[in-house]
Design a protein around this ligand. Sequence first.
Ligand code: HEM
Length: 163
Amino acid sequence: MQLDADLPTPLVPLAWLIGRWEGAGVVGYPTIESANFGQEVEFRHDGRPFLHYRSQAWLLDDDGAKVRPLASETGFWRIGDGGDLEVLLTHPTGYVEIYVGTADGARVTLETDLVARTPTAKEYTAATRMYGLVDGDLMWVMDMAAVGQPMQSHASAQLKRVE
Ligand code: HEM
């Protein structure tokens, strides 16, 4: 990881996230077919005490080639004193959501505080996420409650730092 002389002090607990990440993961839910996906993630700062975040995923075929775009999301990770996090995300599938959580070492845990959806979006009401640094890789898992199903695993991935 490169040293960042401009890193705002409040962002120190999230410094391990900053940069670009690429890798692959698995998506599943009782109502859908499981699939492998590729993902690119970026966390950036502009000197203020929040991160600008974006993620793009693709469906992968058996050879690991990109088939079509899947989930994309973008938003802001705000950090307060003591590592309290407020994460705002927006999705082209018709959701905006706010997560609250904590950064504790190289581990972030988040749960939705609010989910709003457009009139045509599928029912989706809550999620939890965990991000962690494991042997230099960014690992994350997401559970969700949606389409009448209780909170359970939807997606997870392991990403390598590319910058
Ligand atoms: C990298 C992350 C994610 C990937 C790769 C992914 C992938 C998928 C795939 C492949 C499906 C099956 C239908 C389709 O092709 O669209 C699906 C369904 C769904 N996803 Fe995700 N998803 C991700 C994250 C999310 C997030 C963050 C949310 C909520 C904000 C979400 C909510 C849903 C819902 C509500 C469904 C519908 C389930 C159903 O119709 O039974 N997903 N997802």
